[in-house]
Write a protein that binds this ligand. Structure first.
Ligand SMILES: Cc1cc2nc3c(=O)[nH]c(=O)nc-3n(C[C@H](O)[C@H](O)[C@H](O)COP(=O)(O)OP(=O)(O)OC[C@H]3O[C@@H](n4cnc5c(N)ncnc54)[C@H](O)[C@@H]3O)c2cc1C
Length: 400
């Protein structure tokens, strides 16, 4: 008789690898469908405090920490030439009792280390093939693979990214939108120390952000018009470094472009629901954010940790882990968090693009209020990292 896995995860990106590891470690028979795809594209991810706790709970953080840089402070600088330009504001992690808001690491390094942990994990079968199709019934999810073999599981976790085939097969509708912007991303070395602070300049075309990496290195996410991003992306390394230094007002001194670069269109995606029969969506299969405010993968890890809670609780109660009751519990835990963050990222970006005095005034007043009012400052800093309501168990200080 063909064996049925408890859980089949599809997609070997950071979210899928983390999901497969978490479920396998909890004793579920798990398979991970998808080939490893580690290409260095200059993208880094700022892993916020909850994500680091989660990676600690999965016992992979120790292999990542040395290649990441802490962000102990965040500087916001209004660079819009607005009449209501507030003074720069700096937020310190120590104000909310943390060593750092988060740690910044190359996405490819993170995926590599998760994959190394997955390769040695008990209860986890790696199937380095593409899913070609999927169907779901009351008992199981069935995935057809590129070599015409099939895999069955009581619960299928779709971690197959923004163009998710599984989401499509589950009949889950999406809403997509675009911004009139692209992001240029690359890695830089610079003359002056970043002091473990990230700096975000708010320009009329979008945020220009430098995020610390170990040593005198930073990653750049420069959100601007598509034409300007294409022009910058086509410059030679020296000219690009000079353009970055100019835009950063020489804050970190002379720059050198150190790594690969990519120009990423700014898009968003949300789903009508996070589950279908025997199917749960996590990561970019469930939500796509523009690269502003370090939300995307942090939310992806929160999806996984929340799904883990729902599934582990169902097993403890003797219930079916892939049943709609379990998956509805997962949906409830994710809906508000993702909606709020989608609105916050969207709102900040649109106020920058609006160029309207009244909107500038509100943005400026908001930043001044954040700078001056201590309790508000601390609430916003904490909420920015993790929602105060119902943090999933693997992200708590005393994670199991
Ligand atoms: C410039 C930039 C900066 C960013 N900065 C941050 C940040 O600071 N903090 C943050 O939290 N997030 C950030 N993000 C977002 C973050 O990078 C993404 O949220 C995250 O990488 C998505 O991971 P994922 O595993 O969900 O999807 P993906 O990385 O897209 O992985 C999906 C995987 O599924 C596989 N797959 C697809 N189809 C199939 C199939 N049919 N069968 C098998 N496998 C399949 C793919 O090959 C891939 O390996 C940034 C994004 C960008 C573009």
């Amino acid at each position: 008789m063909k064996s049925v896995f408890d859980i089949a995860v599809v997609g070997a990106g950071a979210t899928g690898l983390a999901a497969a590891l978490a479920f396998a470690r909890a004793g579920f028979t798990t398979c991970l469908v998808g080939a490893l795809d580690v290409h260095r594209d200059g993208r880094t991810v700022a892993l916020l405090d909850g994500s680091v706790r989660f990676l600690r709970a999965l016992e992979v953080w120790a292999s990542i920490e040395a290649d990441s840089a802490p962000m102990t402070a965040m500087r916001l600088i209004d660079d819009t030439d607005s009449l209501f330009r507030p003074p720069p504001a700096t937020f310190h992690a120590a104000e909310i009792g943390l060593d750092a808001f988060g740690w910044n690491v190359e996405n490819a390094t993170l995926v590599e280390r998760l994959a190394a942990a997955a390769a040695g994990a008990a209860n986890l079968r790696l199937i380095p093939k593409r899913a070609a199709n999927a169907s779901f019934n009351e008992e199981v999810g069935r995935i057809s693979l590129s070599d015409h073999s099939t895999v069955e599981a009581r619960l299928v976790v779709a971690a197959d990214g923004r163009n998710s085939l599984l989401r499509e097969a589950g009949g889950i509708r999406t809403r997509r939108w675009t911004y009139p912007q692209s992001a240029l991303v690359t890695l830089l070395t610079h003359e002056r120390a970043h002091g473990d602070a990230s700096t975000e300049f708010h320009t009329r075309h979008g945020p220009f952000t430098l995020v610390p990496l170990p040593g005198r290195r930073s990653s750049l996410v420069w959100v601007t018009s598509p034409a300007e991003a294409a022009r910058l992306g086509a410059l030679g390394n020296e000219d690009l470094a000079a353009a970055v230094e100019r835009q950063a007002h020489s804050l970190l001194g002379k720059m050198q472009v150190e790594g690969p670069r990519a120009v990423v269109p700014m898009t968003g995606l949300s789903v009508e629901r996070y589950f279908a029969d025997r199917l749960a969506l996590v990561g970019e299969a469930a939500h796509v954010f523009p690269p502003i405010g370090a939300q995307g993968l942090n939310l992806g890890f929160r999806d996984v940790a929340s799904l883990y809670d729902a599934v582990v609780d169902a097993r403890a109660a003797g219930e079916d882990i892939g049943h709609a009751i379990t998956l509805r519990q997962y949906q409830r835990s994710r809906d508000l968090d993702v909606r709020l963050r989608t609105a916050a990222v969207d709102g900040l970006n649109r106020t920058l693009l609006a160029g309207v005095l009244s909107v500038d005034f509100l943005r400026g007043a908001g930043l001044i209020a954040l700078s001056l009012i201590g309790p508000l400052r601390r609430v916003v800093m904490r909420e920015g990292l993790q929602p105060s309501l119902g943090s999933p168990r693997l992200m708590r200080a005393e994670a199991p």
